[in-house]
Design a protein around this ligand. Sequence first.
Ligand SMILES: Cc1cc2nc3c(=O)[nH]c(=O)nc-3n(C[C@H](O)[C@H](O)[C@H](O)COP(=O)(O)OP(=O)(O)OC[C@H]3O[C@@H](n4cnc5c(N)ncnc54)[C@H](O)[C@@H]3O)c2cc1C
Length: 481
Amino acid sequence: MHHPFPLPRLNGAALAFVFLIASFLPLGLAGAQSVAPMDRWEYAAAAMGMIALWGMAVQFVTSGRFEAVSGKLGIDKVMAFHKLAAIWIGLALLLHPLAYILPTWLDDPALGWVRLRFYLTDPSYRSGVISLLAVIVLIMTSVLRDWLPWRYEAWRGTHLLLGLSAVLCGLHHAWAVGRFSAEGALAWLWGAVALGVVGVVAVLYGWRWWLLHRNPWRLNALAKRADRMWELDIQPEQGTPDLSYHAGQFVWMTEGTRRFPLFDHPFSIADSPKQDGIRLLIKEAGDFTSQIGTLPEGRRIGLDGPYGEFTAEAHPADALLLIGGGVGIAPILGIVRDMVARKDTRPLRLAYAVGQPQNFACLDELRAATRTLDLKLWLISEARSDIPDILQGRLTQERVSQMLQGLDPDTTRALICGPGPMVASVSDMLLGLGLPMQNVIYERFDYAAGARSRQDRARTRNILGIGAALLAGVAAFALNM
Ligand SMILES: Cc1cc2nc3c(=O)[nH]c(=O)nc-3n(C[C@H](O)[C@H](O)[C@H](O)COP(=O)(O)OP(=O)(O)OC[C@H]3O[C@@H](n4cnc5c(N)ncnc54)[C@H](O)[C@@H]3O)c2cc1C
């Protein structure tokens, strides 16, 4: 499916800049207004409310579904921002009423409590309280997602509804009782934000739903490639444009009559754009993936994409290290298939690690590729195997350093995809072996929290830097008013 309106893809620094400028816009507009004088803490409270409201709206485009936002950075970094920003928003919203009452509370604690109770119970503040509660439930159900007895789709639908309630009630609260937001330019800005949020949801769940139905695909063939792992060959139906993508990107897929975005799942394209249609390699993991092996040929498929930057094109290099763990081989197989199709002669070093030898997929194809490409293979299984070219154990530092032999770390890029702990440890090993951080690219198949690499920690520091800049903005607003 081609994107009808191609947008530029922004890098991290540009996005951070746009985000900060946009976050300070409400403060700038508020600063230009004349309101009855308040205590500095009250100004800080107002600023936190405005920044949190803006932040809530931005969360709708940091959910990984907009290529202008996540196309260049990759879904991993955007998700890291989404999760950390949610915590700031929650904190700012909690502090918002507290900072209003702080001056009173310092003078007379009893009166402070009375004011807080008033804010929390008076009907005129109800939409604000609902917004705050929605954000708290949103954060808690996300942190505890893996422990909740819900299907992923139920969680996702709830997440969307809570997010919408939080931002729309927050906007209502700003219009209804906001000292700066009730009228003037800021009221118009919040109107634009409301339209923006509703527009984003309409694109995600209306426009894309329509596209899934207008441009159907079909399951052409299904083959078992390993234990509980299936390869799907999916072809466009007549009239559906072929997908224009780079090897290693992923699509959101739905099937049958459930071709609605709420039910879609992300899968990497294990194919070369030089081939017609696309192939996916899917491992049985839960409700959706467990019935993949029973899908009849000819079944209608919905595809939305392509997404992501886990590609050789997005990371130019003289040589590539490709590292796949388990079904994380899917995008890597796509890249290898593409290099075979394009007869790419660059040095390619590939490590494929699994738990059990029966989990290996497409080994014969990978072995055959060593004869046409400058490709060296490391096949590694934790459990022992009698097959001569399969090494036993894990991907150790020693093996990773063997892979790097003869390559220049400055012009070699590593693309890693696999389970969280493996991705984190291999990424750290590569940094230890001298690869610059921007040369180590990875994609996780699971957004849940888990093992963190040095690169993850560096990202967290960058994102915390954005948070510190926001805090400085709040302080500057409170001190200058
Ligand atoms: C960028 C990316 C690329 C991926 N590529 C592949 C691939 O090529 N092959 C493959 O087998 N798997 C891939 N996955 C993982 C795959 O999306 C999940 O295994 C699948 O969605 C699980 O759905 P389920 O209903 O079978 O299992 P569930 O039991 O519902 O989910 C298992 C776990 O998968 C995740 N998950 C479930 N549904 C979704 C969803 N709609 N969106 C995001 N995450 C979800 C959740 O973390 C959940 O805890 C990829 C994931 C991502 C994020």
